[in-house]
Design a protein around this ligand. Structure first.
Ligand code: NDP
Length: 490
């Protein structure tokens, strides 16, 4: 007999947190059908009313902050404090999306140029319809809401498939939305395993898929989307580098590096995984780092590995790194599933799995480099390109390095700070995916540009789009274009 439900477990204790339906493809298609109707209603509601509803939803979520933090804690194992921080960041994004949607997407006049002098042109960004959000478990509210909040603000309806590890909080997000928008199911959550997500991505009525998870699954989702030419935004993790330049505040750098790598047990797509330190400060930085890491333990400052299967990958990377490099902290014994204590290894070859593949655990590799330039080249030699960090007291030099870093986002003298700035777009390049959530780009990601050109008057003697056009008109056009564009700049 087929199981009709599945359980979400507390990864620290193995206790059942909740039981949820494994929604069949049929159930998913029905949800998309309902969403299609709800999308039309939500779009017609208009930006001002949508803003009011979304700000109300923000208040409802805020009122349930403690309950949601506890649920995140139970489903992921992360400390309640970290879950609270995740929720607070989510609220700032929801607030920004609600307040800025009209300004970013609303109808505006655009210049028409000399040749279009007789035209009035307007541009606006219209809703797509139903947006499917397929979310991960590591930040089960912040990450999917980075798409959901922006897509809702842009006037779309949502069908959300949370990770099978964190269904409870996904269900709660939609239930609470219905308190602010009771009329229609504008935001629905469907629970289940991979097949539920696959059915959602394959539904032709879905107008965009926002996916967060592994690169391998992103490819499968994209293949399903190709059938219907459904566009996708893909956020697939990374192998972020942390560069310490000669003039860095080493205490602050070590502190940030450790938190960026170990917080949430390293299960952060923009977490620190590779550290490059310039020769001049290498020893001093390592002293700072080694001292600080003694105070960090799994089960105290951070929780367990949420996804049981990930422990094997982390273990393989640690085994490989410790064989090839020199251990600073921890080692194979640091893995005591479901917990993994911090592991720091130096001089691991750049072509080893621990340096090339995403570990998603509380581990880092550290390498000494001649200078910041070499650090940057090594940082950039990754198939991933999501985030990254630079520590330097020279703001100009750090900004230059940041601009040359092959990644979607870079933080200077702090870690992950870009994720908390709602006006900054979030996303990567290469194996880290494409498309952007957050900010104005994140709003436009879930909208379609609509361009309108209206002729205000007929241009005398210049009716170019007509079979009545004569040689004199063409001659005038050539003269005009020569005047406008024919002067060389040398
Ligand atoms: P997956 O890529 O397997 O899953 C991500 C989401 O996709 C989940 O909701 C999953 O559902 C769903 N899904 C799985 N198969 C399909 C499918 N065929 N069609 C549509 N949706 C599908 O990630 P995991 O959770 O298994 O984590 C594995 C790796 O992903 C980690 O090691 C890490 O490297 C990376 N990752 C990156 C994250 C990031 O923030 N960038 C977040 C989480 C993981 P279900 O959970 O039910 O399988």
């Amino acid at each position: 007999m087929t199981t009709l439900t599945f359980d979400s477990l507390n990864p620290a204790t193995g206790e059942i947190v909740g039981s949820h339906p494994k929604q069949t493809p049929d159930a998913v298609h029905q949800a998309v059908g309902r969403a299609e109707e709800a999308a039309a209603w939500w779009a017609a509601l208009g930006p001002a009313e949508r803003r009011r509803r979304l700000l109300d939803y923000k208040a409802v979520l805020t009122q349930h902050l403690r309950e949601l933090a506890e649920l995140i804690h139970q489903e992921t194992g992360k400390p309640v404090g970290d879950a609270t921080l995740e929720l607070v960041l989510t609220l700032t994004h929801l607030d920004w999306a609600a307040r800025n949607a009209q300004k970013v997407l609303g109808r505006r006049r655009v210049a028409t140029g000399m040749i279009g002098l007789n035209l009035a042109a307007t541009l606006e960004y219209l809703p797509l319809g139903v947006v499917a959000v397929i979310g991960p478990w590591n930040y089960p509210v912040f990450t999917p809401m980075g798409s959901i909040a922006y897509a809702l603000a842009a006037g779309n309806a949502i069908v959300f498939k949370p990770s099978e590890l964190t269904p409870g909080v996904g269900v709660r997000l939609a239930e609470l939305f219905a308190e602010s928008v009771p009329e229609h199911p504008v935001f629905q959550t469907v629970t289940g395993l991979g097949e539920t997500g696959a059915a959602l991505a394959a539904d032709p009525r879905v107008k965009k898929v926002a996916f967060t998870g592994s690169t391998a699954t992103a490819k499968r989702v994209m293949a399903a989307c190709a059938e219907n030419l459904t566009p996708i935004v893909a956020e697939c993790g990374g192998k972020d580098a942390f560069i310490v330049d000669a003039d860095a505040d080493l205490g602050a750098a070590a502190d940030a590096c450790l938190w960026g790598a170990m917080a949430n047990a390293g299960q952060t797509c923009v977490g620190v995984e590779r550290v490059y330190v310039v020769d001049a400060v290498y020893e001093s930085f390592m002293r700072e780092l080694s001292e600080r890491v003694t105070k960090v333990k799994a089960g105290e400052q951070y929780g367990p590995i949420t996804m049981p299967g990930q422990v094997e990958i982390i273990k393989r990377h640690i085994d490989d790194a410790t064989k090839a490099g020199k251990v600073i902290t921890g080692g194979p014994d640091s893995v005591r599933a479901p917990f993994v204590d911090p592991v720091i290894v130096e001089d691991v070859p750049e072509d080893s799995p621990a340096v090339r593949e995403e570990t998603f655990g509380p581990t880092i590799t550290v390498r000494r480099t001649r200078d910041a330039q070499e650090a940057l080249s090594l940082a950039n030699a990754s198939t991933y390109g999501l985030g990254g960090t630079i520590f330097s007291r020279n703001a100009r030099r750090a900004t230059e390095l940041a601009r040359l870093m092959r990644s979607g986002m870079t933080a200077i003298n702090s870690v992950i700070s870009f994720a908390g700035v709602p006006s900054l777009p979030f996303g990567g390049i290469g194996d880290s995916g494409f498309g952007r959530i957050h900010g104005a780009d994140g709003l436009r990601e879930f909208a379609r540009p609509k361009a309108i050109a209206r002729q205000r008057f007929a241009m005398p003697g210049m009716n170019l789009t007509s079979f009545n056009r004569g040689p004199a008109e063409l001659e005038r056009l050539v003269r005009l274009v020569t005047f406008l564009h024919g002067r060389r700049k040398r």
